[in-house]
Write a protein that binds this ligand. Structure first.
Ligand code: NDP
Length: 327
């Protein structure tokens, strides 16, 4: 396993990490969840990603039970939670980024995960109804209490992150260390364009999500349907429509041909492409089957195959490189 610094912080995260969205407490049994976490940990994965909103809190309960059962040394892993979406109750103060919810959600996540502190704590989305100053102060309180070690954002705009950085500077507080954006061959703008200033001048780290764009970048939907996959789950029709859009299907099929030519799986090629970006601190993998994770954990072997020529060939297929203004 390769370990990368989380931005300018001293924390080292495995280049491949593992997350539980849609799977833990939902799509897969607790037994499979246990097998997947064990497989990841044994391969050197040290970061496990979670959120209060995943399976309405059940995902954290499952992960907490696994961490307890496995008995891994607390110093050997990094675990996260995220606040914003709430769990099963969505009352006015049970969602969002108010001081009340940020602090109550952290205490609840600690209980569900059965740990004394969260290594990483994310604001899962920006909250238009709470001043950023209030959220930064609440995060700083949790840091001072030792309940969280680093805090960050997820899917915030560069302007919102900059405001959090500025507020922290103004009051001599600890600002955001990392952002969790979507990044894959179809979603590139934030990581390759919008955040460049934050990477260069503020040392922002990134824990990127959906490296396979929910599975289409494994190539499997070019030959088979959605049965038995997340896209076949009730309530996720919106994800199915977005994921299987015609232009994505066409590009995935062309990428599959390139992967065949290189004699690698498209899943590994797509994940390796994310890791090639030095502003990516860690790629969060998702898996519903042991065989998927076994395959994805071999990605570091594919990285050296991504030569300039191969990268150019990929650009020729996806044709979506974000453009920066010339002036
Ligand atoms: P991916 O885009 O990589 O999708 C993972 C899914 O793709 C798997 O669950 C599986 O689904 C399928 N898959 C994985 N590997 C293979 C393979 N080798 N061959 C075929 N199919 C495969 O990542 P996720 O969307 O799961 O995101 C990863 C993590 O990122 C999440 O667990 C979560 O921690 C985080 N995240 C954060 C978000 C945020 O807002 N901050 C939002 C979303 C995710 P299937 O069962 O369909 O086969």
């Amino acid at each position: 396993m390769e370990y990368r610094r989380l931005g300018k912080s001293g924390l080292q995260v495995s280049a491949l990490s593992f997350g539980s969205w849609l799977t833990f407490g939902n799509q897969i049994s607790d037994k499979v969840a246990d097998e997947l976490m064990g497989l990841a940990y044994d391969a050197g994965v040290n970061f496990f990603d979670n959120a209060e909103g995943y399976a309405e809190g059940k995902s954290e309960i499952v992960m907490g039970n696994i961490l307890k059962k496995q008995g891994w040394n607390r110093e050997s892993f990094v675990v996260s939670s995220k606040v914003f979406f709430g769990t099963e109750n969505k009352g006015p103060n049970q969602v969002g980024l108010s001081r009340k919810h940020v602090i109550e959600a952290c205490n609840a996540a600690l209980k569900r995960l059965q740990v004394d502190y969260l290594d990483l704590y994310f604001c899962h989305r920006p909250d238009k109804n709470t001043p950023i100053e209030e959220t930064v102060l609440a995060m700083n309180t949790l840091l001072q209490q030792g309940k969280i070690l680093y805090w960050g954002t997820s899917e915030w705009s560069a302007a919102e992150i900059m405001e959090a950085v500025a507020v922290a500077k103004q009051y001599n507080l600890i600002g955001p260390t990392m952002e969790q954006p979507q990044y894959n061959l179809f979603e590139r703008n934030k990581v390759e364009n919008e955040y460049l200033h934050l990477f260069k001048n503020h040392g922002l780290g990134t824990t990127i999500w959906s490296p396979l764009a929910s599975g289409i970048l494994s190539g499997k939907y070019t030959n088979s349907g959605v049965e038995g996959t997340r896209l076949g789950m009730a309530g996720l029709e919106w994800l199915k429509d977005r994921t299987l859009a015609a232009d994505r299907m066409e590009k995935a099929s062309k990428l599959q041909q390139l992967a065949n030519k290189m004699d690698v799986s498209l899943a590994k090629l797509s994940i390796a492409w994310c890791l090639k970006n030095p502003n990516v601190s860690t790629v969060i993998l998702g898996a519903s089957k042991v065989s998927q994770l076994q395959e994805n954990l071999q990605v570091l072997e594919v990285l050296p195959l991504l030569t300039e020529d191969v990268m150019a060939e990929i650009e020729g297929i996806v044709e979506n490189k974000p453009k920066r203004p010339d002036f």
